[in-house]
Design a protein around this ligand. Structure first.
Ligand SMILES: [Ca+2]
Length: 379
């Protein structure tokens, strides 16, 4: 039984003995001067049974002390217990890609720290408490233990139960549908900034424009500064690679879009190979292997396009599909050693905004009729 209830009951009883009984019995009465209570009888036998034949005033002091003690005990006991639990992912499940670890915590929790395999990975002081976890790069079938520690403003801690999950990404080297991040934040679990573009927070996860779900990645360039963001891949053992992504350029803020493998020429100049270019000047789609090649396909504003590129590194060839229609055949491509950073970008010199969504990069190659898709859904 909670001491809270005991404390309240005892405090009420003591208060009853202290104030109500003496007044009812006429043992004390109110006075105009301090201490505003005047004792009428020298003893309190009836109202303080068990205390003994003591002075009423002493009896009331004992009662006052007891009231304070048990009231404090009641308040202390009445505080909400600090608690935290992992509510996502579920224990014993298989996880993949970029996912959100979420915790439920009692109202008095000021912050929650997340641990994977007993290593601190994130401390969140804002509700809902969560951490975006990138599982790419972790070995398949490995089991990982997740737990959370809540802390209140007094420094008290509470630990959650441990949740165990198995990671499996199969042939997917990287995938992001941008749904795990908080809207308008930077998708830092999967991406890093290469060129700043418009800078500030303009380049972020868009909260209301998407090809899938409700969120996408919005890149904002300027006329003078291209915006480029990348993710590192390990291509050492890859001979065939396929990537897919969705692009939308809004008519309200026209831009060109380039996606593919980023190559840094010098600290100030970079370019993208083995990619796709939605050129603003003529609204035509170009492929960029070693060199640029017009596909002759005209793109439109405010329309999502699904791009798929297959790279054959031994043959140094690339094929391109747009909305499942092949538009490039055997374009000369660059070796994988040239660049292992996959990048999304605005077109240099155009400024404007580009939305990207459902990026998936995986080992292997497909065919026109039976393209190989990632073996797991994007997170
Ligand atoms: Ca999405």
């Amino acid at each position: 039984m909670c001491l809270y209830v005991i404390g309240i009951v005892v405090a009420l009883l003591v208060g009853y003995l202290q104030f109500i009984v003496p007044f009812v019995k006429g043992e004390v009465k109110f006075a105009k001067k301090w201490p505003f209570v005047v004792k009428q009888q020298p003893t309190c036998r009836r109202s303080c049974k068990g205390v003994g034949n003591v002075n009423l005033w002493s009896c009331m002091k004992v009662a006052q002390v007891l009231t304070v003690v048990f009231t404090l005990l009641a308040l202390r006991c009445g505080e909400e217990a600090l608690e935290v639990s992992i509510c996502q992912p579920e224990d014993g499940t298989v996880v993949s890609g970029i996912l959100r670890i979420a915790a439920d915590a009692s109202d008095n929790a000021a912050a929650v720290s997340f641990y994977v395999d007993d290593s601190l990975v994130h401390c969140d002081a804002t509700r809902p408490f969560s951490h975006v976890w990138n599982t790419f790069g972790l070995p398949d079938s490995a089991t990982h233990a997740i737990h959370a520690v809540a802390e209140d403003r007094k420094g008290n801690e509470a630990w959650s139960d441990t949740v165990s999950v198995d990671v499996f990404n199969g042939n997917v080297l990287f995938a992001d549908n941008f749904e795990a991040y908080s809207p308008y934040s930077y998708p830092a679990a999967g991406w890093f900034e290469i060129w700043p573009g418009a800078g500030g927070s303009r380049t972020c996860v868009a909260g209301a424009t998407a090809h899938s779900g409700t969120q996408s990645f919005m890149l904002c360039g300027t006329v003078d500064q291209v915006r480029t963001d990348g993710t590192e891949l390990d291509l050492l053992d890859i001979s065939r690679l396929t990537y897919e992504l969705n692009i939308m350029i809004p008519s309200a803020d026209p831009a060109g879009a380039i996606a593919g493998f980023f190559y840094l020429l010098n600290p100030l100049i970079g370019t993208i190979f083995n990619g796709i270019w939605f050129r603003l000047a003529d609204n035509v789609v170009y492929a960029r292997g070693i060199a640029e090649d017009s596909t002759g396909v005209v793109w439109s504003y405010d329309t999502w396009y699904t791009v798929r590129v297959e790279l054959d590194y031994p043959q140094l060839r690339m094929d391109v599909w747009l909305n499942d229609e092949q538009i490039v055949f055997d374009l000369p491509a660059t070796p994988r050693e040239w660049a292992d950073t996959f990048a999304l970008a605005t077109e240099y010199g155009t400024g404007g905004t580009v939305y990207y969504d459902d990026v998936a990069i995986f080992e292997g190659a497909g065919s026109e009729s039976h393209p190989i898709r990632p073996s797991i859904a994007a997170p």
